[in-house]
Design a protein around this ligand. Structure first.
Ligand SMILES: C[S@@+](CC[C@H](N)C(=O)[O-])C[C@H]1O[C@@H](n2cnc3c(N)ncnc32)[C@H](O)[C@@H]1O
Length: 276
């Protein structure tokens, strides 16, 4: 394990980074919040990674691996040879070891943060939070071995101007704006991923979107409610919602009134030319 170098700052207007003022890993229950997202999306992620060929003999890199659900499923279900799980804070990965799982504590925005080339490079719900995302896509592409694949997944916001105002849409808009200001999160880039992968020299580029159903008590509904709770201060600071509005949005999510689209997960992939 390598010590995290936090000397780097992004371009969030507030100057903050993921895991500091918002989503600190030391805050009780942060691993559960990440796991709610994993419950909502892991099956879709695994189906795509397997369709792209992830299996025996593959050496994989999971960037911003969080609690490591995808890393461990790659080993246990897809039977890959190894996974290097990288995160700026590896406490959740260290708590759940698995044979073939190597853990590296590193800030992926730092030059030379990760050694080597891999058959699969995967980053889910990470680049959207990092202001350096455009440069990082090129860097991650360099970590793909010839014949290997880079797979990026991030959120797409489906609340448009035509979406009727509900507690849910008000909370979502405040959340995206609040995260943008405090830590530099920006999901407006995500639909550009296929083009950015192509510009990084990758071929056979593809993309798909999955939108989990917002049903009361579902993992994705619990994920959003918990995410709003943890980013409440950033949301209130936008002036787009007040505390009663956030509470109303949480109640709305848990009610039969709820009739809304979750943010979707866009997954985009591209291959490095050459023989594996
Ligand atoms: C929303 S979680 C996603 C976790 C996992 N990829 C998943 O989809 O379940 C984002 C993860 O990225 C990590 N992360 C954020 N910034 C990072 C950075 N600069 N370098 C490495 N990891 C980072 C966080 O610590 C966190 O574990």
């Amino acid at each position: 394990m390598k010590a995290f170098d936090d000397g780097l700052r992004g371009d969030a207007p507030g100057g903050g980074r993921y895991g500091e003022a918002v989503f600190p890993p030391g805050q009780a229950g942060e691993d559960e919040r990440i796991d709610y997202g994993a419950l909502a999306y892991d099956d879709v992620t695994m189906a795509r990674l397997r369709a792209l060929g992830a299996g025996p003999g593959w050496h994989c890199l999971d960037v911003g691996a969080g609690t490591g659900t995808v890393s461990r499923r790659l080993l246990a279900e897809a039977g890959v040879a190894s996974v290097l799980a990288v995160d700026r804070d590896v406490r959740f990965l260290a708590e759940r070891p698995a044979p073939g799982l190597d853990v590296l504590e590193a800030d992926i925005t730092a030059p030379g943060a990760v050694p080597g080339r891999f058959r699969l490079v995967h980053a889910r719900f990470v680049l959207m939070h990092l202001p350096e995302r455009e440069r990082l896509i090129a860097t991650l592409a360099e970590h793909v071995a010839p014949g290997g694949v880079l797979v990026l997944s991030d959120a797409v916001d489906l609340t448009s101007d035509r979406t009727p105002g509900t507690p849910y849409t008000a909370a979502m808009r405040a959340m995206w704006q609040g995260l943008r200001t405090t830590i530099g999160t920006d999901v407006s880039w995500v639909p550009s991923y296929p083009r950015l992968l192509r510009e990084a020299g990758l071929v056979s580029v593809g993309a798909e979107i999955h939108v989990p159903a917002l049903l009361p008590g579902s993992p994705i509904s619990r994920f959003w409610a918990d995410t709003w709770e943890r980013s409440r201060a950033a949301m209130l600071a936008t002036g787009l919602v007040d505390s009663a509005g956030v509470d109303a949005a949480v109640r709305y999510l848990d009610s039969d009134e709820c009739a809304a689209l979750s943010a979707g997960m866009l997954t985009a992939w591209g291959r490095r030319p050459g023989e594996a």
